[in-house]
Design a protein around this ligand. Structure first.
Ligand code: PLP
Length: 456
C-alpha cells in the first residue's frame, strides 16, 4: 500500500501506538544479530528498534509494531516521515540527474537552494553557501573558512565544554559533551580552547542566574583572553545556540548578545552550529533568531533535506572567500538532496510548521512543567519549540542516568520512541508536523513510563 494511503488509513483507525509483539520481535532479533556480526558496534543505542517504514509521526518496525516518534531520526525528519511532497521531489530529480559533482561542474538545484538558504538564515547581509553531506562536514567547513579567511593569522578557535559538533577529527576537536567521544582519538586539532557552556541549571561556576551577571562571558575575556589566548589570534567562537547532544540546554536571553559584543570587540567570528536547532526545530527557521543575534556563519544539516544526506555552511559573503582548489566535496550539494531540501523548505512554509512547532512545543512545556510538580525526579524542564529537554535527577539533585535509561526502555515497550541527551535528560524532538493530540498521547506514555520506572 502506498505510504500516504497507509498513513491515512492508520490515522482514521487509531491515533495511538500499537505494540502487538514485544520488541524486539522475531524479525527484529534476526536483523539485530546480523547487525552485530557485520556493522562496527561503535554506536550507543538506547533500545533495539528495527524500523521498516514511517509516515508523519509514526514508525513501523519489522514485526508490525507501530510507534509514536519523538526523535525524528535524531532531529532530521522535521517535515514528518516520507512527506509526499519531499518523496515526489526526490523521485522527479532522481530521474533527471543523480550526481555530477559541484567540485568540477555546475547544475541548478544547489543554486536554487542557496537562494533560499541565504533568505531564511539570520542576518540581512550578503551571504554565500558551501554544501556538504553532514553536520560534521559543515563544521569542518566552518573551521576552514574561519582559519582560511584570516589567511593563517588567527589560528585559534574557542568552543564550549558540553557541546557536540560531530565526530570527524576537526569537529571532534570542538566536541566536548562526553569523554567517550574523544577517548583514544588524540591528538586532536591544536589551537582549540574550551570554555564552559551557559548551563544555568547546573552552572559550571556554581553561580545563580541572573545574579551571576553572565560571568560565563566575562570569564572568557578575563581569564582566557587576558591570561593565555591572544584574542587577536582567535578566528571564531563555535557554539550551539541550544546544546543538543549535551542535554538540550538553553542559554539565558543575554548570553548571545553579550558574546556577540565580545566577539566584535576583538574581530572574532561567530559560527553557530544549527545542525540540530535549525530548520524549524525551535519554532523559528534558526534558533539564533530567539536571541536576535546574527552569527557570521551558520552550520546546517540534519533537518535540511528531511532525511537525505546534505549539509551547508551559510556565511557572510565576505568571509566565504576560500581560494579555488582549497575546499570541495564530491557529493556535497548532490542534486537529489538539494531537491529534497527545496521541497522541505516549501513544506515548512506551506504547512506553517514553524508556528506548529512553537504552539505544540509550548503545550508540551506546560504539560511537562505540570508533571514536574508531581514528580521530584523531574529536576528541570527546558526548551524552545520542539527541542525540549527534561532533566531527571536523584533525590539529592544529582543526575539520574539509570532512571533515564529505565524510562526510555519502558517508553519504547509502550510504543513511544524517545531518547536521551547529556547525562540524564530526556530529549523530545518529534517531527514538526505533530499535532497537540499526538503530543498528548506521547506525554501520557512518557508519564506512565516514568511512574513505572520510579516504583520499580
Ligand atoms: N552539530 C550538532 C549540533 C549535532 O547535533 C550533530 C549531530 O548530532 C552534528 C553537529 C554532527 O552531525 P552529523 O552526525 O550529521 O555529522
Amino acid at each position: 500500500m502506498p505510504t500516504i494511503i497507509y498513513s491515512l488509513a492508520f490515522v482514521l483507525i487509531t491515533m495511538r501506538p500499537r505494540i502487538t509483539v514485544e520488541p524486539p520481535g522475531p524479525q527484529a532479533r534476526q536483523i539485530i544479530q546480523r547487525d552485530e556480526e557485520l556493522i562496527m558496534q561503535s554506536f550507543a543505542r538506547w533500545y533495539p528498534l528495527v524500523a521498516k517504514r514511517a509516515w508523519g509521526v509514526w514508525i513501523e518496525d519489522v514485526d508490525g509494531n507501530i510507534y509514536l516518534d519523538f526523535n525524528s531520526g535524531i532531529g532530521v525528519n522535521n517535515t514528518g516521515h516520507c512527506h509526499p511532497k519531499v518523496v515526489e521531489a526526490v523521485k522527479r530529480q532522481a530521474e533527471l540527474l543523480l550526481h555530477y559533482s559541484l567540485t568540477d561542474f555546475l547544475y541548478e538545484p544547489p543554486v536554487k537552494l542557496a537562494e533560499k538558504l541565504v533568505q531564511i538564515t539570520p542576518g540581512s547581509f550578503r551571504k554565500k553557501v558551501f554544501f556538504t553531506n553532514s553536520g560534521a562536514e559543515s563544521i569542518e567547513a566552518g573551521i576552514k573558512v574561519a582559519r582560511g579567511h584570516f589567511r593563517g593569522t588567527r589560528p585559534y578557535l574557542v568552543a564550549f565544554a558540553g557541546s557536540f559538533h560531530g565526530r570527524t577529527m576537526g569537529a571532534l576537536s570542538l566536541t566536548s559533551s562526553k569523554p567517550v567521544q574523544r577517548k583514544s582519538f588524540g591528538p586532536l586539532l591544536p589551537g582549540v580552547f574550551h570554555v564552559p557552556y551557559p548551563y544555568c541549571y547546573r552552572c559550571p561556576f556554581r553561580q545563580k542566574y541572573p545574579d551571576c551577571n553572565l560571568w560565563c562571558v566575562d570569564f572568557i575575556e578575563e581569564w582566557l583572553f587576558k591570561k593565555y589566548v591572544p584574542p587577536e589570534e582567535v578566528a571564531a567562537f563555535v557554539f550551539e545556540p541550544i546544546a543538543g547532544e549535551g542535554g538540550y540546554i538553553v542559554p539565558p536571553p543575554e548570553f548571545f548578545p553579550r558574546l556577540r559584543k565580545l566577539a566584535d570587540k576583538y574581530g572574532i567570528l561567530l559560527i553557530a552550529d544549527e545542525v540540530q536547532s535549525g530548520f524549524g526545530r525551535t519554532g523559528r527557521w534558526f534558533a539564533m533568531e530567539h536571541w536576535g543575534v546574527a552569527p557570521d556563519a551558520v552550520a546546517a544539516a540534519k533537518g535540511i533535506a528531511s532525511g537525505l544526506p546534505l549539509g551547508a555552511l551559510i556565511g557572510r559573503a565576505d568571509i566565504m572567500d576560500l581560494p579555488p582548489g582549497s575546499h570541495a566535496s564530491t557529493f556535497g550539494g548532490n542534486p537529489v538532496s538539494c531537491a529534497a531540501a527545496l521541497a522541505t523548505i516549501e513544506v515548512i512554509e506551506e504547512e506553517k510548521l514553524l508556528d506548529n512547532a512553537a504552539r505544540v512545543g509550548d503545550y508540551a512545556l506546560k504539560r511537562l512543567r505540570e508533571m514536574q510538580e508531581k514528580y521530584p525526579a523531574i529536576g528541570d524542564v527546558r526548551g524552545k519549540g520542539l527541542m525540549i529537554g527534561v532533566e531527571l535527577v536523584n533525590q539529592d539533585g544529582s543526575p539520574a542516568p539509570e532512571l533515564l535509561r529505565a524510562v526510555l526502555e519502558r517508553a519504547f515497550k509502550k510504543g513511544l520512541l524517545v531518547i536521551g541527551a547529556g547525562v540524564s535528560t530526556i530529549r523530545i524532538a518529534p517531527p514538526l508536523v505533530i499535532t497537540q493530540e499526538e503530543m498528548e498521547t506521547g506525554l501520557e506514555i512518557l508519564e506512565a513510563a516514568l511512574r513505572e520506572a520510579l516504583t520499580k
